[in-house]
Design a protein around this ligand. Sequence first.
Ligand SMILES: Nc1ncnc2c1ncn2[C@@H]1O[C@H](COP(=O)(O)OP(=O)(O)OP(=O)(O)O)[C@@H](O)[C@H]1O
Ligand SMILES: [Mg+2]
Length: 256
Amino acid sequence: MTRYIVVASGKGGVGKTTLAANIAVALAKLGKNVAVLDADVVMANLEIIMGIRNPPVALIDTLSGRLSIEDVLYEGPEGVKVIPAGITLDGFNERNMDMLKSALREIPRDIDILVIDAPAGRDAAMVMDEGQEVLIVTLPTVSSVSDALKMKILGERMGAKIIGVIVNRVEGKPRELSLEDIENAIEAGVISIVEESEVVKEALAYETPFVTRFPKAKVSVEVFRLAASLIGRQIYVEEEGVLDRIKAWLTGLMRR
Ligand SMILES: Nc1ncnc2c1ncn2[C@@H]1O[C@H](COP(=O)(O)OP(=O)(O)OP(=O)(O)O)[C@@H](O)[C@H]1O
Ligand SMILES: [Mg+2]
């Protein structure tokens, strides 16, 4: 049976797409058959990170009833199947919502895990359903955490299971909320802390996931650890040495 893992957040711009893409690729590297779906038809951008340019057909064509979900699967890094959103100015309407839920049920059976990049805020309800697992992404700030709490409540109301919180873009500054504050506020466990990193921006500039471009960077090691824990495994990945860091810095310089 396919597992559905929804990556959601209260506020936009906290790293859902970045993390959904990289978690999907990390799961594939760990041997799973993975698909990743961009459910944000207003600000679609997952396909960019997954290196797919101008897909001719996308999820919106499925929602209009014109194509089946299998017609809009693209091959991404590490064999991850990518379902781009496509763009509409109108966003979702009620008919689309029903179509989306039935499209999700039509995911090919051989997919072990479908990672869903949810739209920010209330629209996420459209991809949260009974039996689905939800990862909530937040920044270590009061406003982001309070919106994350709203998302948790919404997810539970939809019958989904909240499997944990990912705190993203952590810099270790005193102004940031502590782990304890975050867990107490959201009333859910933090299962991953991802630091603010140049590697993320650098990989994005090359339209690649950071776990493939910089597999030994601290953020990649953390995402591999998280992906492994999602499938009940433990892994050991050695973090980058000074040489890897110089190499990354040089490639950055050469691009400029
Ligand atoms: N750990 C990180 N370190 C540095 N930059 C990051 C990190 N995580 C995300 N970013 C950057 O933050 C920006 C927003 O990330 P992303 O698009 O993944 O957020 P989102 O939650 O999907 O946004 P939206 O709600 O608009 O869909 C991107 O430019 C991304 O490269
Ligand atoms: Mg996004």
